[in-house]
Design a protein around this ligand. Structure first.
Ligand code: CUA
Length: 339
């Protein structure tokens, strides 16, 4: 009984390994929006192509090495009466040959890789759209210096346009990464890193901080919304405008509450406040998510967030301001009115 269980164990392990492999590398790899295998920019494509090239080459080398290993195992297997094969330990010609062969293989690998590294570091054209990206614990600020637009956590871009990102961080190291558009690139305090890419087509692409940066690193997400050129211009025009004055009484109460409370110390709403520690909220109501792409931007979620931000996002720097009862609802009504 024990023997039969033991003899089945390798088969069971093999099946488990195959199941794990299939579940991780199956269609989910293609369907997931966090995939790098369906690139949607030139940057994404060239890095994907070099990845595939290296994968095929290493697969070929792997097959050749395994075939050689199997041949040796078979050829020199132990047989009754067979002598011990000739020992080749310290064979100078053999050792020199395989050192040279593998050095050459690494050199061949390096040629296209280095070409891609230089290509992905090219300086952007003067016509590129400039976006300053601020990676902060734990949200993203996006400033368009030429358009005089500031937003957070939702990056709007026009399709087909080259975008030059300047990446900086006021606190710790983050990493700017939109898997389908290409990257990733570290965002380092005390220096400006750059990345240039051009999204191919309209769509929504999730992004994520890819460098561990503290308690809510996993919650430091963003979305890239790629528009047609005309839609992007509409979005820019709306963002450049002043915030809409609320007409709804609850929202008016919220505006009053905002102006009188500690909110103004951290957040900017054009014409109302000038805080810069937290996201600019001038057009907060136009965003689909809150808390760095953590939750849908609904009145219920926003009121809960205001009441206890740390409960929804561990470690968040926004404190509990003691807003209770109708206060979070009024603030939520006001902020969501800021289209
Ligand atoms: Cu920012 Cu991880």
């Amino acid at each position: 009984m024990r023997k039969s269980l033991l003899s089945r164990t390798p088969t069971a392990l093999l099946l488990l390994a195959v199941a794990l492999l299939l579940s991780s590398c199956g269609w989910s790899m293609w369907d997931s929006p966090m995939t790098t295998v369906r690139p949607k920019s030139g940057f994404g494509r060239i890095t994907h192509e070099i990845f595939m090239l290296m994968s095929w080459w290493t697969l070929g080398i792997g097959i050749a090495v395994e075939a050689g290993l199997l041949w040796v195992c078979f050829r020199y297997r132990e047989r009754p009466g067979a002598p011990i094969p000739k020992q080749v330990h310290g064979h100078t010609l053999l050792e020199v040959s395989w050192t040279i062969v593998f050095a050459l293989i690494l050199l061949i690998f390096a040629i296209p890789t280095i070409a891609v590294i230089f290509k992905t570091q090219e300086a952007p054209a003067a016509t590129a759209l400039r976006v300053d990206v601020g990676g902060r614990q734990w949200w993203w600020e996006f400033k368009y210096p030429d358009l005089k637009v500031v937003t957070a956590n939702e990056l709007h871009l026009p399709a087909g346009q080259t975008v030059a990102f300047n990446l900086h961080a006021p606190d710790v190291i983050h990493s700017f990464w939109t898997p389908q558009l290409g990257g990733k690139r570290d965002v380092v305090p005390g220096r400006v890193n750059r990345i240039t890419l051009a999204p191919d087509e309209p769509g929504e692409y999730p992004g994520q901080c890819a460098e561990y940066c503290g308690m809510s690193h996993a919650n430091m997400r963003f979305r890239v919304i790629v528009h047609t050129k005309a839609d992007f211009e509409k979005w820019v025009a709306a963002q450049q405008g002043p915030p809409v004055q609320p007409t709804d009484p609850l929202a008016q109460t919220g505006q009053d509450l905002f102006s009188r409370s500690a909110c103004v110390g951290c957040h900017t709403i054009a014409g109302i406040s000038g805080g810069v520690l937290g996201p600019n909220l001038t057009h907060f109501g136009s965003r689909k998510t809150l808390g760095a792409n953590l939750l849908a931007n609904t009145p219920e979620n926003l009121a809960k967030w205001i009441e206890n931000p740390g409960h929804m996002k561990p470690g968040v720097l926004m404190p509990d301001l003691g807003m209770r009862g109708e206060q979070p609802k009024a603030l939520a009504a006001y902020l969501l009115s800021l289209k």
